[in-house]
Design a protein around this ligand. Structure first.
Ligand SMILES: Cc1cc2nc3c(=O)[nH]c(=O)nc-3n(C[C@H](O)[C@H](O)[C@H](O)COP(=O)(O)OP(=O)(O)OC[C@H]3O[C@@H](n4cnc5c(N)ncnc54)[C@H](O)[C@@H]3O)c2cc1C
Length: 493
C-alpha cells in the first residue's frame, strides 16, 4: 500500500494548512539555518586543519631539535625515519582518542558517527606507523652496534629501562586494531570488542614512559617535552571529563527512572522515563543517548538509543497532570534489547549524551524531508516534533513491509496534521526481482522526486536498515541533494 496522507484534515494534498494557532516556535528563519550551517562547516574545516596541524607539529618537534643535521649516514637515516614514524603514529593515536572522546566541538561539527568513522580509519595507519617505528629503530640501533634487528630488540627489552613496557604497548595496539577489523569484530559480541578496545588506554599508558626516558627529543628541560606532556595530559583530561565525569554528572543531575514500558508491536517497546530537569534535554529530538539500565543482568551493558519523542518538561498549567518524561522506542535486535521489554518501573537509568547531529543542529535549508524505515522511523518522530518548518515545507516518508511496521505511525500522522507536513506511507513487500529499490514493489518505478519535487533544496534525514538507507541516499544524491544536506543516522555498529 502506498498512500499520501493529507497534510491537514479537510485540506487537499500539497495545500499547506494554516499554522497551529498561537504556536510561534516554528517560524522558520532561512538566515538562521544558513548561519548555523556556515558555522558548522567552518568548525568541520577547522577540525581538518587541526588534524593536519597536529601531525605537522609532531614532525616539527624532531626538525626543530636539529633532526636533519643529525642524519649523516644510512644508519642515522634509518633511525631518523623510525623516530618520525613513532611521532606520527603516536600523534594519530592521540587524535583517535580525541575523536572518540565525545568532545562537543567534534560532535557538533561532524556528528558522533562520522567522528567514529574517522577514528576507525586512522587505526590501521597508526598501527603501521608504530610497527615501522619499532622495526626501524631496532634496525637502526642494531646497525650502529653491529647487531641484527632481533638481537637489538632483545637487548633493548632487557637493558633499557621502560622499553619492556613499549613492547607490551605494541602487543596491546595490535590486539585492539585486529579485533576492530570488520571481519574479526563481527564474529564477537559488541561487549567483547568493547572491553578489548578499552585496552587502548593501557596501550597508551604503557607507551608513554619510554618516550620520556629514552632518547633526547623529550629530554628534561626541552620545550618538546612540555608540548608532548601537555598534549597527553590534555587528551587524558578530555577523556576523563567527557567519558566519565560528564555521564556521572548527567546521571546524577537527571535522576532518570523507568516509569513504564509500553508495547508498540510484538518486538518493539517504548520505554518512558521520568526525571529531573528534563527541560535541559529538550530540543534534542532525534539525537541519541547511551543508556544503562541499572537492573540485575543489565547494568553492565550500555546501548545507544535515540529519543523517540521530545522530553515532556512537566505541567504547563495547574490543571495539567503531565509529568516530566523522556521516551525511547526499542526493537528487539539481540539479547540486550530483548531484555528491555521486561524492565520494571522504578529501575534507575544511567545516561551519556545527547550525541549526534540527527537534529535541528544539522539543518541548512528551510525545507526538510524525513525518510525512515522500521525502527529507524522513531528518531524521525522526535525530530518532526521539534524541528522548525513552515506548514507545507516538510515531507515525511515512512517505509515498512506492513502498516504495523510503521512504528509510532499514528503519532506521526497526528504531528503531520498539526504541523502541516505531507506524509506518505510506503508499505508492502519489496520487489522479488528487478532493480534494488528502497520502495515497495507496488511503487518501485517511482522516484524520490515524485514524492518531493523540490528535494534538491531540502535537508534530507534518513534512518533505517543500512542497505535500504544506502539506496535512499544514492537516489537523493542523484536527485541533486548535496552531501551536506544529507543527514543519516546509522543504527548498526
Ligand atoms: C546511534 C544509534 C542509535 C540507535 N537508536 C536506536 C533506537 O532508537 N531504537 C532501537 O531499537 N535501536 C537503536 N539502535 C540500535 C541499538 O543500539 C542496537 O540494536 C542494540 O544496541 C542491540 O543490542 P543487543 O544486545 O540487543 O544486540 P546484539 O546482538 O548485542 O547486537 C545487535 C547489533 O547491535 C550492535 N550493538 C550492540 N550493542 C551496541 C552498542 N552498545 N553500541 C553500538 N552498537 C551496539 C551490535 O554490534 C550488532 O550489530 C541505535 C544504534 C545506534 C548506533
Amino acid at each position: 500500500m502506498n498512500s499520501q496522507l493529507l497534510a491537514s484534515p479537510g485540506q487537499r494534498a500539497g495545500t499547506p494548512p494554516s499554522p497551529h494557532r498561537g504556536d510561534t516556535r516554528h517560524n522558520p528563519t532561512k538566515g538562521k539555518f544558513a548561519a548555523q550551517h556556515r558555522r558548522r562547516m567552518f568548525r568541520a574545516d577547522l577540525l581538518t586543519v587541526a588534524l593536519w596541524a597536529s601531525l605537522a607539529a609532531a614532525l616539527a618537534l624532531w626538525l626543530a631539535d636539529g633532526g636533519v643535521s643529525s642524519v649523516g649516514n644510512a644508519t642515522q637515516a634509518v633511525t631518523a625515519v623510525g623516530i618520525l614514524a613513532g611521532l606520527a603514529g603516536m600523534d594519530l593515536v592521540i587524535l583517535m582518542l580525541l575523536l572518540a572522546a565525545r568532545l562537543p566541538f567534534v560532535d557538533g561539527a561532524v556528528g558522533h558517527d562520522r567522528a567514529l568513522e574517522f577514528h576507525r580509519k586512522l587505526g590501521k595507519p597508526a598501527l603501521y606507523l608504530l610497527l615501522a617505528h619499532g622495526l626501524l629503530l631496532a634496525t637502526g640501533y642494531g646497525m650502529a652496534e653491529g647487531l641484527n634487528p632481533v638481537s637489538e630488540a632483545v637487548a633493548l627489552w632487557v637493558l633499557v629501562p621502560d622499553m619492556w613496557l613499549a613492547f607490551v604497548s605494541m602487543a596491546l595496539f595490535i590486539a585492539v586494531v585486529v579485533t576492530s577489523l570488520v571481519a574479526v569484530r563481527r564474529r564477537f559480541p559488541y561487549e567483547f570488542w568493547y572491553f578489548v578496545h578499552l585496552l587502548t588506554y593501557l596501550a597508551v599508558a604503557t607507551a608513554l614512559p619510554h618516550q620520556f626516558s629514552v632518547g633526547g627529543l623529550f629530554a628534561e628541560g626541552t620545550w618538546q617535552r612540555w608540548y608532548w606532556l601537555l598534549l597527553c595530559i590534555g587528551t587524558g583530561s578530555a577523556l576523563a571529563w567527557y567519558r566519565i565525569a560528564k555521564p556521572v554528572i548527567a546521571t546524577y543531575r537527571h535522576q532518570l527512572t523507568v516509569r513504564r514500558v509500553v508495547r508498540v508491536s510484538p518486538d518493539v517497546v517504548s520505554i518512558e522515563m521520568t526525571g529531573l530537569r528534563l527541560n535541559e534535554l529538550s530540543g534534542n529530538g532525534g539525537r541519541f543517548f547511551v543508556w544503562r539500565f541499572l537492573a540485575p543482568g543489565m547494568w553492565w551493558q550500555a546501548h545507544p538509543f535515540s529519543l523517540s519523542a521530545e522530553p515532556q518538561v512537566g505541567p504547563t498549567s495547574n490543571r495539567s497532570s503531565r509529568q516530566p518524561s523522556l521516551r525511547i522506542t526499542v526493537r528487539n535486535l539481540g539479547a540486550g534489547s530483548a531484555r528491555l521489554a521486561s524492565l520494571k518501573p522504578g529501575t534507575k537509568v544511567a545516561i551519556e549524551g545527547p550525541y549526534g547531529v540527527f537534529s535541528t543542529a544539522a539543518r541548512s535549508r528551510d525545507r526538510v524531508v524525513m525518510i525512515g524505515a522500521g525502527i529507524g522511523i522513531t528518531p524521525l518522530r522526535a525530530l518532526l516534533e521539534s524541528t522548525p518548518f513552515a506548514p507545507g515545507q516538510a515531507t515525511v516518508l515512512l517505509r515498512g513491509s506492513s502498516p504495523e511496521e510503521l512504528f509510532l505511525g499514528q503519532e506521526i500522522l497526528e504531528l503531520c496534521r498539526k504541523r502541516g507536513a505531507t506524509l506518505f506511507h510506503l508499505t508492502g513487500p519489496r520487489a522479488a526481482h528487478g532493480r534494488n529499490t528502497w520502495l515497495p514493489a507496488s511503487a518501485d518505478s517511482s522516484r524520490l522526486r515524485d514524492f518531493v519535487p523540490d528535494i534538491a533544496d531540502a535537508d534530507v534525514y534518513v534512518c533505517g536498515p543500512t542497505a535500504w538507507a544506502g539506496q535512499v541516499l544514492a537516489e537523493a544524491k542523484s536527485s541533486g541533494v548535496r552531501e551536506e544536506q544529507l543527514h543519516y543516522e546509522r543504527f548498526d555498529w
